[in-house]
Design a protein around this ligand. Structure first.
Ligand SMILES: *Cc1c(COP(=O)(O)O)cnc(C)c1O
Length: 422
C-alpha cells in the first residue's frame, strides 16, 4: 500500500525511510537519544499539529479548545503525579527554552546565575560563554574537581558565597555520577539563591526512583521530555506552587507563542508510559547496561571520567589512547556505532576537537539489549580503537554491529499501561 507521503513527496519519503533504516541498523549510543513508542509517535504525528492554543487551559486566546484543554490538563496531571510536583508546565518547546523560562521566572536580566561549565559537563544554557544566557545574565561557572571528575560541594559553596548568585543551577549534560540535589538546595539556601535543577538527561531515572529527585529541593525543575524520559522532543517545568504563576507567565507570553499541541499530546502519552512498572524495569536496565559497558571499557584500558558511572552515560578520556574524540566518533559511526565526541573535565582541547567520547545506554536498552550485549558493544569499541586506521577491520565491526542490531529490532514497542497501577 502506498502511503500519502510516498505518493505526494517520494523523495522525502525515501529519505525518511533511509533514516529509519539507519536508526535500525546502527547501535545508538548517544545518551540524549532514544526511540519513542509507536503510541508516542502516533500522538506526535496527529491532527493536534493543526491547532493553535495560546494560553493555558480555560484561559486561551483562540476558540475551539474543547479538546486541547482536556489534553493539556491530562499532561499536567500526569507530570505532577510522576514527579510529585505541585505544578507542571508542559509547553516549553525544548529543554533550552524551559531553562530560559526557569531563569526569567525567578530573576531579572543582569542578575547572576551560577551553573556548571560546559567543558565540565554543563549545558550551553547554564551560562556558557557562547550562549545568550551568559550575555543576558552575569554568569559564574563552577567546575568538577578535575582529580575526581566529581563535584566538590565545598568548592561550589565557596564560589556561591563569593558571587552571591540569584540562581544556582544543578544538573548536567555530561556528568556520569549521581548528583546530590539536596546539597545544591542547601547551598542555594545558605546564599539566598534560588535553586533551578535541570534533569534533562536523567528525568527517566528520577521518575523510576533510581536517582534522588530534585523536586523537594529545587524551586524549579527543568527537563527535556525526549532523553531518558522517552517522549517526543520537548521541554517541561515542574515547580512549587509559589512559583507556578511566574513559571507559566515566563513560558507564555514571556518566551513562546502557541504551544506545540501535537508534542504536548505525545508528552501526555509518554508520561503515562513512564508511570508503569515496565518503565521502572527499563530505567533500572539502562543503569545496569551502562555499568557493564563501563566495566568492560575499564578492562580494555580506557580511562573513564570519574572512573565509571552511576547513571546512563559514560565519558571516555581518550588521551592515553592517542586518538581524538572526533576521529574515534567518526570511525565508530562507520562501524555503525553512533556516539558523540565531547570535552572532558581534564581536557585542554577546544570543544570542536576534544579528546573525550560520550556514550550512553538509554536507546540500546529500549531495543531490549542487556548486559551481554553491552559487553559485546564494549568489545566493538575496543576493536575500532585498536584498528583506528584499518578500514577493513572497521567495516568488519560494522557487520557485527548490524548483526547485533538485527537481533534487537527497533521496537514499535508498546508499553501497555497497567490500568490498576494507581
Ligand atoms: C539536552 C539538554 C538541554 C536542552 O535540551 P534541548 O531540547 O536540546 O533544547 C538542557 N539542559 C540539559 C542538561 C540537557 O542535557
Amino acid at each position: 500500500m502506498v502511503n500519502a507521503l510516498e505518493l505526494y513527496d517520494p523523495q522525502i519519503y525515501e529519505l525518511v525511510r533511509q533514516e529509519r533504516a539507519r536508526e535500525s541498523g546502527s547501535i545508538r549510543l548517544i545518551p540524549s537519544e532514544n526511540y519513542v513508542s509507536r503510541a508516542v509517535m502516533l500522538a506526535s504525528g496527529s491532527c493536534l499539529t493543526n491547532k493553535y492554543a495560546e494560553g493555558y487551559p480555560n484561559k486561551r486566546y483562540y476558540e475551539g479548545q474543547q479538546v486541547t484543554d482536556l489534553i493539556e490538563k491530562m499532561a499536567q496531571d500526569r507530570a505532577k503525579k510522576i514527579f510529585k510536583a505541585d505544578h507542571a508546565n508542559v509547553q516549553p518547546y525544548s529543554g533550552s527554552v524551559a531553562n530560559w523560562a526557569a531563569y526569567l521566572a525567578l530573576v531579572q536580566p543582569g542578575d547572576t546565575i551560577m551553573g556548571l561549565s560546559l567543558p565540565h559537563g554543563g549545558h550551553l544554557t547554564h551560562g556558557w560563554k557562547v550562549s545568550v544566557t551568559s550575555k543576558v545574565f552575569n554568569s559564574v561557572q563552577y567546575t568538577v574537581n578535575p582529580d575526581t571528575g566529581r563535584f566538590d560541594y565545598n568548592r561550589i559553596e565557596e564560589l556561591a558565597k563569593k558571587h552571591k548568585p540569584g540562581i544556582i543551577i544543578s544538573g548536567a549534560t555530561a556528568y556520569p555520577r549521581e548528583i546530590d540535589f539536596e546539597i545544591f538546595g542547601q547551598i542555594a539556601q545558605k546564599v539566598g539563591a534560588y535553586h533551578v535543577s535541570d534533569i534533562a538527561h536523567i528525568a527517566g531515572l528520577v521518575v523510576a526512583g533510581i536517582h534522588k529527585s530534585p523536586v523537594p529541593y529545587a524551586d524549579i525543575v527543568s527537563t527535556t521530555t525526549h532523553k531518558t524520559l522517552r517522549g517526543p522532543r520537548g521541554g517541561m517545568l515542574l515547580c512549587k506552587a509559589e512559583h507556578a504563576e511566574n513559571v507559566d507567565k515566563a513560558v507564555f507570553p514571556g518566551l513562546q507563542g502557541g504551544p506545540h499541541m501535537h508534542t504536548l499530546t505525545a508528552i501526555a502519552v509518554a508520561l503515562a508510559e513512564a508511570d508503569t512498572p515496565e518503565f521502572i524495569t527499563y530505567a533500572k536496565q539502562i543503569v545496569k547496561n551502562a555499568k557493564v559497558l563501563a566495566e568492560k571499557l575499564l578492562e580494555y584500558g580506557f580511562n573513564l571520567s570519574s572512573g565509571g558511572t552511576d547513571n546512563h552515560l559514560i565519558l571516555i578520556d581518550l588521551r592515553n589512547k592517542n586518538i581524538s574524540g572526533k576521529k574515534l566518533a567518526k570511525a565508530l559511526d562507520r562501524a555503525r556505532i553512533v556516539t558523540n565526541y565531547n570535552t572532558t573535565p581534564l581536557d585542554p582541547a577546544h570543544p570542536s576537537n576534544p579528546s573525550g567520547l560520550r556514550m550512553g545506554t538509554p536507546a540500546i536498552t529500549t531495543r531490549g539489549m542487556k548486559e551481554p550485549e553491552a559487553e559485546q558493544i564494549a568489545g566493538f569499541i575496543n576493536k575500532v580503537v585498536e584498528n583506528i586506521d584499518n578500514e577493513s577491520v572497521i567495516e568488519e565491526v560494522g557487520k557485527e554491529a548490524l548483526l547485533l542490531c538485527s537481533a534487537f529490532p527497533v521496537p514499535d514497542h508498546f508499553i501497555i499501561p497497567n490500568k490498576n497501577s494507581g
